[in-house]
Ligand binder design. Structure first.
Ligand code: MG
Length: 165
């Protein structure tokens, strides 16, 4: 099964923070204090959430989805926290109607994402290298979706489609 992280991979956390006048860098996970002075609550934040430019290509690309279906590979979105407001963000996004059920049904909230790694072909796509390491330590595959790259989505697609199309 393929597990796609939400913050960073789908939701532009850094760009959304800018809307609140907060400058953070990609990969600075410990500098954020929900609801403390100067910081929004999760509800306020995700109400303003900006999606990454590749979100449709990553989640709705027909070939990507069809290929996974061909191989009977399921996929889900996974997050450590605040599943509800994040799901609202994805539902507000102008998704293709035939894929609504993916967003509606398959967002997993789990503080320890690696608990979902149960076999060696489980793949985690995550911008947090530590999450990827924890996943690999359970024996699965992980792609570090590195937001400090100029082309994180293209980098992923090169991995996903090693021979192109
Ligand atoms: Mg993330």
């Amino acid at each position: 099964m393929v597990f796609i992280d939400t913050d960073g991979v789908l939701i532009d956390f850094v760009g959304t923070a800018k809307k609140f006048g907060i400058e953070i860098k990609a990969n600075e996970y410990d500098k954020w204090k929900w609801g403390e002075p100067g910081f929004p609550t999760p509800e306020e934040f995700y109400e303003e959430a900006v999606l990454q430019p590749w979100v449709d290509d990553l989640t709705f690309d027909k070939k990507f989805v069809i290929e996974m279906m061909r191989d009977r590979v399921g996929f889900a979105f996974i997050t450590r926290d605040f599943k509800k407001p994040k799901r609202e963000v994805l539902l507000r996004h102008g998704m293709r109607s035939d894929n609504r059920s993916y967003y509606r049904n398959v967002i997993i909230e789990e503080p320890d994402k690696s608990a979902y790694c149960v076999n060696p072909i489980d793949l985690l796509i995550d911008d947090n290298a530590a999450e990827c390491d924890a996943w690999r330590a359970k024996g699965g595959l992980a792609w570090h979706f590195d937001l400090t790259s100029e082309t994180p989505f293209e980098d992923f697609m090169k991995f996903w489609r090693p021979r192109g199309w």
